[in-house]
Design a protein around this ligand. Sequence first.
Ligand code: NAP
Length: 471
Amino acid sequence: MEANDLINLAYVVAATLFVFGIKMLGSADTARRGNLVSGLGMLLAVVVTLLADGLDYTWIIGGLIVGSAIGLVAARMVKMTAMPELVALFNGFGGLASLLVAWAEFEKIRGMGWAVYEMEMQSNAKFSGFVIYAAMLIGGVTFTGSLFAYGKLSGKLSGSAIVFGGQKALNILLLIAILAVGVVFTWSSDLELTYKLFLSGVGLALLFGIMGVMPIGGGDMPVVISLLNSLSGVAASAAGFVIYNNVLIVAGCLVGASGLILTVIMCKAMNRSLGNVLFSGFGAASGGGGDDDDREPKALSVEDAFYVLEAASSVVFIPGYGMAVAQAQHVVKELAELLEENGCEANFAIHPVAGRMPGHMNVLLAEADVEYEKLLEMDTVNPMMPTVDVAIVIGANDVVNPAAADDPQSPIYGMPIIEAHKAKTVFVLKRGQGKGFSGLVNKLFVMENTCMIYGDAKATISSLVNELKGS
Ligand code: NAP
């Protein structure tokens, strides 16, 4: 067996480990092992690639040190609530890496000419030109698109959708220019011309990333990030074709496919199409749904809330972004246990886009050791709601906004919600009159059966725990 066959065999093993690892991530019981299995696959792929001939280890070690240092700082400094921003940045760097791989390969071609390159790499110049342009283009769009998404999510840029007249036409023109440059780049073998076209392509791709994300509102950023994640995988796969690395092609495809599946799941969770998310300018204007409601929310004290809870026989906790901010998951678990000791049934209703990243609530509650069976999905919990004595909304807002179900004027009309308003009594725990991520008014807060318990969620729940312990 030749060295090349051995390398490819190791790549097949690595790819198999990726697939099994991803499959195991689908269940909470096997997720940790799945992560390890995929990591093992990546280690194998990296080691085998590094052992291949002709590598300059100085650059690899340099890159390893710089990359590890950035990773270490990021892991220590970034809070759980800022994870989506970090993911956006990582996607962006993945895209940049693909762009640079394509650029480096093109520089190689500039050094030796297309004909020699074709002979040396035993490749077709047209195919190489195509994959180089594709890796550069998708990588470039992913890079600036992700940086823009990072800016919006972190609050460094305005979260609202930026829309202006003629924007769609401009974007279509940009896209046509990108494709036209790509076609000439792929067909031409004139080195000077292809160099100019390549640089123009880089500029256009970077611009298109910004222009594409600009008209999308902050509330839709998770979907955008998931899509950019998918794109970073496609860019990596294209880079794999550029440098003839099979494992990079496979790994890129896996990232591309899983990112796309997650994107579709998130769109379904909001009852919107991907086209609507990308092109509707959702979030350009705030308001809508309930702005004209002049009823006042009713505030309730922790002591009074305790009496209601003591008599309740079923409670559903509905956590949202505020629970993550308050880091209230441990006290929430304690409260659920105390209620159960008191003969009450306590469950958790999980909305797929509650918080700021997919699975955000599951992660927090798993960290607090809440049993997985107690986490009920939207479709399971909604039919139960009318029989629930108390729904406790913990720092959730958009995902319990009834306007999504009954106000056709609302921008979030049609998005599935947890139907907290159907419970006999609703407690909403939040600090004040702050709006949710979408910036919309929530009429749940002024409904007859709703009481507001103002304050930081952790402080409020801790007080309820103390009341229950003292009773
Ligand atoms: P939300 O609509 O953003 O509302 C969070 C609420 O938490 C706010 O109204 C805020 O009100 C309250 N809050 C903040 N800090 C708090 C604290 N320390 N204690 C108590 N309350 C606190 O949250 P959501 O209902 O979870 O909805 C998620 C939204 O984010 C959706 O619009 C979704 O599309 C979007 N999104 C989702 C993801 C994802 O993948 N899950 C990612 C990005 C964006 P006060 O200021 O008055 O306290």
